[in-house]
Design a protein around this ligand. Structure first.
Ligand SMILES: *Cc1c(COP(=O)(O)O)cnc(C)c1O
Length: 233
């Protein structure tokens, strides 16, 4: 068995354990294999092992990889997205996880209308309020949801967060809990209830805790493909 195959079995066992512990059904959680910086051959290997959801954080890399891999892959844009790059991915990404401003959402909406597609997005929330992180502040979230909800051809499906790096995943539990709570609050107030119910949270170091707190997408890179070379990756 290859390392990727072994890793995927271990990750799958851990997902199942977290689901069992929290009384959730395994089908509620989608595993996104974060393949940024990794070569086509490794992605193909994970694909062959059954993975269909992959996450990338750079538009150019995503564009390079898409034509080289099977067309039934669902590509998730998980990294900071610049407005001038929206046009390249708006009809290619299954989900954009990293929308954190009205200006970006407007650009996505504009391009979606132009290309006659609807785009599913998550709003990235900086729940831990780290100054180094992208994402909208908790206090700005309700207003942003309301504004984006009015735009055509863009649908807010839920929220995403990148929790702080920590050795102890329990430290991130309150942030995951909070992200779900924010959606419950906003859904309750929404008159034209759009039902935000997808939560992209949890990475290699803390996905078990994220699942226990309600994650529907976990984004696992290192735990599947191994360490990335560059510390800025
Ligand atoms: C790189 C990345 C991940 C995966 O991180 P790992 O710790 O390698 O699992 C998840 N989410 C985002 C937004 C990332 O940029």
């Amino acid at each position: 068995m290859t390392n990727i195959q072994k890793n995927l079995i271990a990750v799958e066992q851990e997902i199942q354990r977290a689901c069992d512990k929290s009384g959730r059904n395994r089908t509620e959680v989608s595993l996104i294999a974060v393949s940024k910086t990794k070569p086509i051959s490794m992605i193909q290997e994970a694909y062959n092992a059954g993975i269909r959801d992959f996450g990338e954080n750079r538009v150019q890399e995503l564009m390079d990889k898409i034509p080289q891999l099977p067309s039934d892959i669902r590509w998730h844009m998980i990294g900071h997205l610049q407005r001038n790059k929206v046009k390249y991915i708006v009809d290619k990404a299954a989900m954009i996880h990293s929308v954190d401003s009205l200006a970006l959402a407007e650009e996505i909406s504009r391009e979606a209308v132009k290309k006659n597609v609807t785009v599913d997005i998550l709003i990235e929330v900086n729940v831990a309020e780290e100054s180094s992180k992208f994402g909208v502040a908790v206090s700005e979230l309700p207003g942003l949801v309301e504004s984006i909800s009015k735009l055509p051809s863009i649908h807010i499906k839920g929220f995403m967060t990148v929790a702080p790096y920590t050795e102890n995943p329990e430290e991130n539990r309150p942030y995951f809990h909070k992200l779900v709570e924010l959606a419950v609050d906003i859904n309750r107030k929404n008159i034209d209830n759009r039902g935000m119910c997808l939560f992209s949270m949890g990475m290699t170091g803390d996905y078990s805790v994220a699942i226990e707190e309600g994650a529907t997408y976990i984004r696992v890179g290192t735990g599947i493909f191994g360490e990335r070379g560059n510390i800025t990756d």
